[in-house]
Design a protein around this ligand. Structure first.
Ligand SMILES: C[S@@+](CC[C@H](N)C(=O)[O-])C[C@H]1O[C@@H](n2cnc3c(N)ncnc32)[C@H](O)[C@@H]1O
Length: 220
């Protein structure tokens, strides 16, 4: 899996909708390292994607990981409409036509989808959550992981000056929001208190963006 290969999947899936939004999905694998987010998803997993946006992770999981179930939710009506409009193509270009991801419009403060999940993912969402709620949302995410499963946490870095500032400008321009970075050491402490073990941690740079990835496991 390479960024260009995953961008090819994005181009095959995201064909409708506003040109700018569609183009951002096409290019997102070059600025977000999805190739390191996919391997922690085992084949046949039941996956919950918190803040799924337009459904790009779902499209990539369906094409490369053969999930048993994939459900994503997001507070943005436009993002969910885009994800739902492209469901039929998710996995199809990779011959995984049986993969039918579900996408629902929900904020993290509402009741989350029910079910048992081997993988819970939260990709670039934590910095959009108000600081007073970040810990509770991460704890809720951990609580939805079945024993033996994993929580994939990826967020934009707060290391240095340039990369956090560039992402802040990105979010001011696109999300029109003043974001709040979470300290990775707080995430580790909260997850440890929730009974989750850190099994992978890595830092990735793409252009002027920096990415903090942590994968936590729940003991079987
Ligand atoms: C940077 S995007 C990431 C989307 C997706 N996870 C991805 O990696 O392509 C952040 C997403 O978080 C969503 N979001 C922000 N606040 C939220 C909330 N309170 N509840 C649910 N989703 C939220 C936004 O609507 C947006 O789609």
């Amino acid at each position: 899996m390479t960024a260009s290969g995953l961008a090819g999947i994005a181009r095959a899936v995201f064909r409708g909708g506003p040109v700018l939004v569609r183009t951002l999905q096409h290019w997102r694998p070059y600025i977000c390292p999805f190739e390191v987010l996919l391997p922690p998803v085992p084949a046949g997993a039941r996956v919950l994607d918190i803040g799924c946006g337009g459904g790009l992770f779902g499209a990539l999981v369906c094409s490369t990981r053969s999930p048993a179930r994939f459900i994503g939710f997001d507070s943005s009506r436009d993002a969910i409409a885009m994800a739902q409009a492209n469901v039929a193509r998710m996995g199809a270009s990779a011959g995984q036509a049986g993969c039918v991801p579900e996408f629902v419009r929900l904020g993290v403060e509402e009741a989350w989808p029910v079910g048992e999940f081997d993988v819970v993912a939260m990709i670039d969402v934590a910095h959009h959550i108000p600081p007073a709620h970040q810990r509770a949302v991460l704890e809720q995410a951990a609580s939805r992981v079945e024993p033996g499963g994993v929580f994939i946490y990826k967020d934009m870095t707060r290391r240095g000056v340039v990369r956090p500032m560039m992402n802040r400008l990105h979010d001011l321009a696109l999300a029109r929001q003043w974001i709040h970075y979470v300290d990775p050491s707080d995430v580790k402490a909260w997850m440890a208190a929730a009974g989750m073990s850190l099994v992978h941690e890595s830092y990735h740079t793409r252009w002027w963006y920096g990415h903090e990835l942590m994968v936590f496991a729940k003991t079987a």
